[in-house]
Design a protein around this ligand. Structure first.
Ligand SMILES: Nc1ncnc2c1ncn2[C@@H]1O[C@H](COP(=O)(O)OP(=O)(O)OP(=O)(O)O)[C@@H](O)[C@H]1O
Length: 595
């Protein structure tokens, strides 16, 4: 029960306003229906023998009922109550399930929103397959496996209380013995079964998350796996993780069933116990009436206790998922609250802006060495600048700092003489970014360029203009379907160079003021690269272009080349000036036939 409350309380806090009131109302309504159920069924059980036998019956509150008409009227009321209970139960269930579906969506929305707006450093540490699992399966189980079963507890508790009251009114001594005995059995089950269910739930979460992770990674490297003949190894890994998770799930199902059999056996022992107490207090007659009462109460109590236990087991085995969902939401929202508290936002205006890095140092979380060390640089508005240097020199890190994704560990970046973190929102709207690996999704070319999953949000004129600038217009228009043609999953129907050009078109779609290209032309053939570079050069003066490129032909005409080594800018100037200053760079330029 402790685990249930510990899981339920924070989960309820993630629900939209008004939900808690609804859930409390739902709980009270189901408990009332259980009471109604017990009262009406009890009434029928008491009235029927009198109606058949013709004897009068003594009822609490109502008093003595003797005439056939009275008996028939009361019986009719009791039957109507049973029907009314059924109708209300269906109506409440319908409204509750619809509401629970909304809760599931709300929790999922909140989890995804908090993840998508959490700081980039945090996102670098999140495994994407774990996130997908949390947003879909985790949220589903939090509602279907925790919230809904927990809400049905109210009805069961209502039944237990009602039966307890009936017992207490009829035979107080027997009521005390029965309740204490059944409570002890339930407590024993909770102590033994609940911790095991919690453990199985955690085991299931751990191993099924591993399965999804391995499968996601393996599918991303399917070609290499096929060629290196590693399929058997992948199968073995997945087999092992699935063996653990399946065993945990099977154990959870087993543990959920055990209480039913224990309680059924406990009922038999209960007869002996209650019969003994009845015999001691009232002889044979006392024993018979005690056993009769316990039988009536027991057959109502045991299913209720069984369901109570089953709900506990179900909640326990799913609580790990719910706790993870709640922890993820809390952590991301806390980080987000801290970041937005620190930086009230200003608007950047519409004019072109200089970007200035002031002594920027950055260390990745958990890394021993800084990736950037005291970097200072000025990127004039409308210029084309390039960051070059050996692998691991810090070029991509500086790009992520300029994009506002990573926050300097010390130092800061200024945009238009404002600290970047104070103008972040309007800064991000002005940037177009092209990564080395462009991720395409299974939708039309136009949607991919506009980066929109909703076809109605695509501006076709802008798509065509962006495709032209990225030297992709003819390629797309000569294909069947043109800009409306579908790209297969992960863009596999396009070549690497075509994907990169679609990435460039995507970055240009929003007509950015700053275009950041991180190894964005590495997969292009020389002729296409030259055409793309010319198109980018045409943006000179209107758009600030920041390029990271190993291929030096791309940056030959850059206004400023920054040469990086070990997280520092060690030289800067025009291409020829850097060639003159840095022998390493001069050698690379010579090998590329550029000096
Ligand atoms: N997520 C990360 N966590 C920890 N360290 C990182 C992370 N990303 C990069 N680094 C480290 O930071 C340093 C700079 O990496 P960065 O990717 O910026 O180099 P780069 O110049 O872009 O290299 P390349 O040309 O190979 O892409 C490297 O030492 C790298 O190992």
């Amino acid at each position: 029960m402790n685990n249930l409350l510990a899981t339920l309380r924070p989960l309820l806090a993630t629900l939209p306003a008004g939900s808690r009131r609804f859930l409390i109302g739902y709980g009270i309504a189901t408990a009332c229906l259980s009471l109604l159920d017990i009262i009406s069924l009890g009434l029928i059980a008491v009235l029927l023998p009198s109606l058949v036998g013709g004897a009068s019956v003594e009822l609490p509150i109502i008093g003595s009922v003797a005439s056939q008409t009275q008996l028939l009227t009361l019986l009719g009321i009791a039957c109507a109550l049973v029907v009314a209970k059924g109708v209300f139960a269906v109506l409440i269930l319908r409204s509750a399930t619809a509401r629970f579906a909304k809760h599931e969506v709300a929790i999922g929305d909140r989890l995804l929103a908090s993840y998508l707006s959490s700081p980039w450093e945090k996102r670098l540490q999140t495994n994407s397959s774990e996130l997908v699992r949390a947003v879909d399966v985790g949220v589903g189980l939090s509602v279907a496996g925790v919230l809904i079963p927990a809400m049905t507890l109210f009805g069961e508790i209502g039944t237990l209380i009602a039966v307890g009251v009936v017992l207490a009114v009829a035979q107080p001594a027997i009521a005390v013995v029965s309740i204490v005995y059944l409570a002890l059995v339930a407590l024993l089950l909770a102590r033994v079964i609940s911790p095991l269910s919690v453990r199985m739930g955690q085991k299931n979460l751990k191993w099924s998350a591993k399965t999804v992770k391995i499968l996601t990674e393996a599918l991303a490297a399917l070609k290499e796996i096929t060629l290196a003949d590693r399929a058997a190894e992948v199968r073995a890994q997945v087999h092992e993780t699935r063996t653990h998770s399946s065993a945990a799930r099977a154990n959870s199902v087993f543990l959920a069933q055990v209480p039913r059999y224990v309680l059924e056996s406990a009922l038999i022992v209960g007869f002996i116990l209650v019969g003994g107490v009845g015999f001691a207090t009232g002889g044979t007659e006392g024993a018979v009436s005690a056993v009769g009462l316990f039988a009536v109460a027991g057959f109502r109590l045991v299913p209720s206790l069984t369901r109570l236990q089953a709900v506990q087991s179900q909640v326990n085995s799913n609580s790990a998922f719910a706790q993870q969902v709640v922890a993820d939401i809390r952590e991301s929202e806390q980080l987000l609250a801290e970041t937005s508290k620190e930086h009230p936002q200003h608007d950047l205006g519409t004019h072109h802006v200089d970007i200035v890095l002031h002594d920027v140092t950055f260390t990745y979380p958990g890394a021993g060495q800084p990736a950037l060390r005291g970097v200072s640089a000025t990127i004039p508005a409308g210029s084309h600048v390039a960051f070059v240097g050996s692998s691991g020199a810090g070029k991509s890190t500086i790009v992520d700092i300029l994009l506002g994704l990573l926050k300097p560990t010390s130092g800061h970046v200024e945009v238009d003489s404002e600290r970047m973190d104070r103008v972040m929102k309007s800064w991000r709207k002005r940037i177009g970014y092209v990564p080395q690996d462009v991720s395409l999704f299974d939708a039309s070319v136009g949607q991919n360029v506009a980066l929109s999953w909703d076809p109605d949000n695509v501006d076709h004129a802008k798509v065509e203009a962006a495709l032209r600038r990225a030297q992709m217009y003819d390629v797309i228009m000569n294909r069947e379907g043109g800009r409306d043609a579908l790209i297969a999953e992960r863009g596999l129907a396009l070549s690497g160079g075509q994907r990169q050009r679609l990435g460039i078109a995507r970055a240009l779609y929003n007509e950015p003021d700053v275009l950041v290209m991180d190894e964005a032309t590495s997969a292009l053939d020389t002729a296409t690269e030259s055409a793309v570079t010319t198109a980018i050069r045409e943006l000179h003066g209107q758009v600030t272009v920041i390029t990271v490129a190993h291929r030096l032909s791309t940056i030959r005409s850059a206004d400023i080349v920054f040469f990086m080594q070990d997280g520092r800018i060690v030289a800067q100037g025009t291409f020829d000036e850097v060639v003159a200053k840095v022998p390493d760079f001069a050698r690379q330029a010579q090998l590329a036939g550029l000096s």
